[in-house]
Design a protein. Sequence first.
Length: 257
Amino acid sequence: MQLDEIKISKAIIESFNKKLIDALDVDVAIVGAGPAGMVCGYYLAKANKKVVLFERKLSVGGGMWGGGIMFNEIVVQAAAKRILDDFGVKSRLYEKGYYLADSIESVSVICSKAVQAGLRIFNLISVEDVMVRSKKVTGLVLNWTAVEMANLHVDPITMRAKFVVDATGHPAEVARIVERKSGIRLETKTGKTMGEESMWAEVGEDTIVKNSKEICPGLYACGMCANAVFGGPRMGPVFGGMLLAGEHVAKDLLKVL
């Protein structure tokens, strides 16, 4: 068979357009394809909810790819090992309470299983604004990351979601947009994002799960973003809290969907 370049181009354009149009009205929109965002999306999709995830970068995985200082090993505590087991990621005991996993396997397997469960991931798309109706976050305003990087004057598109999850990590980008532009008071002590504190793994891993919750009507914080919103410490290259936070938010959302 002789390949036709035009048919190849047509297939890509038609397929992507259909996929994007279908993503414009969903149950849950997640922003940020780090481990917390993908795990959250996995459990929602597994429960047959319509969920999409938007990632600014070309690749997914957030900081998990690099492990610690580019040593591609990650550590998870005993409480989170069951989530690696649920995904089928191989782990091994380092010493009591500490498990190691290959970061490359972890990211690739979590992503693969999430997509196979029904999570629709769009990479290279940035969230530049939110849609707010009656003081509730009801959707996202999207543009190509390349447009954002080149600072081009190109108008975005909008999508609607019953709930939005900010899983953008340290920057807490969606929460900061809401704080800056909507006039909505966040469910923090100050009513605004409080910023993350210095590293303290023990406290950070605990608070990252507790802080992963609804931060204003329609918007949830998940993963490291949650500690950035509520003022918890960062935790470094231990990733159990990220996995547990994703599961935790998914469970909370399934109660209200």
